[in-house]
Write a protein that binds this ligand. Structure first.
Ligand SMILES: [Cu+2]
Length: 271
């Protein structure tokens, strides 16, 4: 081998070495990716916050810090959207289809999709726990919520995490620190429930989500081994269960409010 050829060989090897380095660091980032979410108010709630999603294999850790929540009240919170490539996003006031001044959950679901994961404080996290308010975080007396939980998710969620987003629910239109029908009428989900308890108060998408969601098309067709997880069908089925469960769970809130013991409802803030 001539000296010249030898040098060329070294030069040729360099990019390969660089590529290997890059691949290694990319692999590291891909192994433990983290995504930031800014929560922005809906329904003029004044609520806002930040959230972080980080993945270690199929272990998803969710951090949420929000403020402007209803003091002493539980806030249902979820990862909404789908893992089959559909591009859901956060709604805005223009989605108030019936023009009543309240963006209710049904109107908003058209944009942010069904519940994919319920961000409960303990126990189940499926869509069926969507309104299990006894397992949802309670805002402290300043209206702040701090939440952190690590949950095991399906590979579909891992692969499409950028297509999901966080929604927190619960507004207080008449500023009396509780969910009541005087504030915004009855919930469209169940006329026995106050709209204030189910209407969304904030929403946030994963930063850079639009970029991430483009190549997802391949996932839609591919359903090879290991693609098990939440199918659109099972999510839809879960949503029905969620509504039913919701009716039961929210009755707790309603009874508290009805008993007039707002103080009792103002349990000490979780976390
Ligand atoms: Cu939700």
């Amino acid at each position: 081998m001539s000296k010249r050829t030898g040098r060329l060989a070294v030069l040729a090897a360099l990019p390969a070495a660089l590529l290997t380095t890059c691949a290694a660091s990319t692999a590291f980032a891909a192994e433990n990716p983290a995504f930031q979410i800014d929560l922005e108010q809906l329904n003029d709630s004044g609520s806002r916050g930040t959230a972080m999603l980080s993945l270690r294999g199929r272990e998803l850790t969710v951090w949420i810090k929000s403020e402007g929540m209803v003091p002493g009240q539980p806030s249902a919170q979820h990862l909404h959207g789908s893992t089959d490539g559909h591009d859901f996003h956060c709604p805005d006031a223009s989605d108030d289809a019936d023009g009543d001044g309240i963006l209710n959950n049904t109107e908003a679901t058209k944009d942010y999709g069904d519940i994919n994961i319920s961000l409960t404080t303990e126990g189940d996290t499926d869509a069926g726990s969507g309104l299990a308010v006894d397992r949802m975080p309670v805002a402290d007396k300043e209206g702040k919520i701090t939440y952190k939980r690590t949950i095991t998710v399906s590979q579909d969620v891992v692969d499409n995490i950028k297509d999901l987003h966080i929604v927190q629910h619960g507004i207080d239109r008449n500023d009396n620190d509780k969910y009541d029908v005087e504030g915004a009428g009855k919930s469209e989900l169940d006329p026995k429930l106050p709209q204030e308890a189910t209407a969304p108060t904030n929403c946030g998408v994963v930063k850079g989500a639009a970029v991430g969601s483009i190549p997802v098309g391949g996932i839609e067709t591919g359903s090879g081994p290991g693609a098990a997880g939440l199918s659109p069908g099972s999510v839809a089925g879960g949503a029905v269960v969620a509504t039913v469960t919701a009716a039961g769970a929210l009755v707790v809130v309603r009874r508290r409010a009805a008993s007039g013991s707002a103080a009792a409802a103002r349990t000490e803030g979780a976390a």
